[in-house]
Design a protein around this ligand. Structure first.
Ligand code: ATP
Ligand code: MG
Length: 225
């Protein structure tokens, strides 16, 4: 199976000189198509930093990140954006939806940005909102949705481009237990049906236990459990 994402000797430091903080040290791992992976670690251990590096939003201090076998850090900004958009979908702890736009627009946005025809993008957004159980909420703005519903729109937006790998940063961190379970089950189900890989970073063991492979991120080092 091919690697969708690969880290080679990846290291990352914030700051320089005396204020240098080494957050990630010599990380080596691959995500292959279809894999379900959890990275577990306490607050401040570098989970979000790692996802930013995998997305090409930060540049490694050492080593490299390959997305679809291409070193994402050496690409110019527009190529990096393109590689990210073609291969990866993101769900964050806070939904990051655009507040003035309806669910359907928020969902369709990645397609509209990549130049897909408006009607086609809207039809696809409608379909995927139905899959996440929000067919009756397509015209609601984020402020008119519950926390769990907002997170479901965020999942729909991340999945609409059919990414090879979905990356989620504490996707249920702001939800109550019932909603958290529903949102997680939804991510796993969409994933199974679409054959995409899944990377969830979390401090929650009950989430991690639903994944096939588990890694601990402690003191900057990543160790498979
Ligand atoms: N811009 C920055 N400058 C300096 N240090 C930073 C910066 N951003 C994050 N850090 C530090 O890097 C470490 C890792 O932060 P990160 O946000 O990746 O942690 P996390 O594992 O995602 O935590 P949480 O579970 O709380 O979201 C933390 O100790 C944080 O204080
Ligand atoms: Mg974080």
């Amino acid at each position: 199976m091919s690697n969708i994402v690969e880290c080679r000797s990846l290291g990352f430091n914030y700051g320089k000189g005396n204020s240098k903080t080494s957050v990630l040290k010599n990380l080596n791992f691959q995500i292959k198509s279809n894999e379900k992976i959890a990275i577990i670690g306490q607050s401040g251990c570098g989970k979000s930093t790692l996802l930013n590096l995998l997305a090409g939003l930060d540049i490694p201090s050492e080593g490299e990140v390959l997305v679809d076998n291409t070193n994402i850090s050496t690409l110019p900004e527009h190529k990096r954006t393109e590689l990210r958009a073609r291969n990866l979908g993101f769900v964050y702890q806070f939904h990051h939806l655009l507040k003035d736009f309806s669910s359907i627009y928020n969902t369709a946005l990645p397609l509209l940005i990549s130049g897909v025809d408006t009607n086609q993008a809207m039809t696809k957004a409608q379909e995927i909102l139905k899959k996440v159980g929000l067919e009756n909420r397509t015209n609601h703005k984020p402020s008119e949705l519950s926390g769990g519903e907002r997170q479901r729109v965020a999942i729909a937006r991340a999945m609409i481009t059919e990414p090879a790998c979905l990356m989620a940063d504490e996707p249920t961190g702001n939800l109550d237990a019932t909603n958290a379970r529903e949102v997680l089950d939804l991510i796993i189900e969409l994933n199974k049906n679409r054959d995409t890989a899944l990377l969830i970073v979390t401090h929650d063991l009950s989430i991690a236990n639903k994944m096939e492979r588990k890694f601990d991120l402690t003191n900057g080092f990543l160790v498979e459990k």
